[in-house]
Design a protein around this ligand. Structure first.
Ligand code: SF4
Length: 201
């Protein structure tokens, strides 16, 4: 509720007339934690809202996920839309490719460990790929490897913590979703078979 109106009610006026809609943060894009399993409030991402009201999505909605969205991704997207119009997006996630074109895994400094099948067992382990403690880098498309956070001070993996997948549509959706895990077998997110193997044959 915002004042006496629901957010849904307020959005019904501007969204049908908008040329482009930019959804910012994982809650607005994919529902995130407010729309987790057992959702009591009816919280939903903007795409769900638009689908519910039969509003055209393709070529209008741009999703900028992460918890929170990186300010440079958001400002960059807004500037691009204002100057040039609708950007190139991932066809499934509707995320702008200029900021969400690569996964955290693709550009991880620990990737050589992953390739050599050397896995860290614990959080803060300075060596090894963090897949087994639950890293969601393989399914997380972000700018973290390039821009980091707090004006380039640090990011999860550089601090020896696994990527918690905050830009992923899976983030916080299931009751058993945990930020950190011990061993990929307990992982609540459906990896591809190759992801699940963690590089092992
Ligand atoms: S699984 Fe995580 S820690 Fe390992 S290479 Fe990928 S992003 Fe880096």
């Amino acid at each position: 509720m915002i004042g006496k109106s629901t957010a849904e009610h307020l959005l019904l006026k501007p969204v049908p007339r908008a040329k482009a809609i930019v959804a910012a943060d994982t809650c607005a894009t994919f529902g995130g934690m407010p729309a987790a399993e057992g959702n009591q409030t009816g919280a939903a991402g903007v795409s769900q809202f638009m689908a519910k009201h039969n509003l055209p999505i393709q070529g209008r909605l741009i999703n900028c996920p992460s918890c929170p969205v990186h300010p440079k991704c958001l400002i960059g997207t807004l500037a691009y839309v204002a100057a040039k119009g609708y950007p190139q997006v991932n066809p499934k996630l509707l995320t702008p490719l200029m900021f969400y074109g690569h996964s955290t895994h693709d550009e991880c400094p620990r990737y050589p460990y992953y390739e050599r099948k050397i896995f860290a067992k614990y959080l803060r382990d300075p060596q090894g790929c963090l897949f087994e403690p639950g890293c969601l880098g393989p399914i997380s498309y972000t700018e973290c490897p390039h821009r980091q956070w707090n004006t380039g001070v640090n990011r999860c993996i550089r601090a020896s913590a696994p990527c918690i997948g905050c830009s992923s549509p899976h983030f916080g959706k299931r009751k058993d979703f945990r930020f950190y895990r011990k061993g990929e077998r307990q992982h609540p997110v459906a990896y591809t078979e190759q992801d699940r193997k963690g590089g092992r044959p």
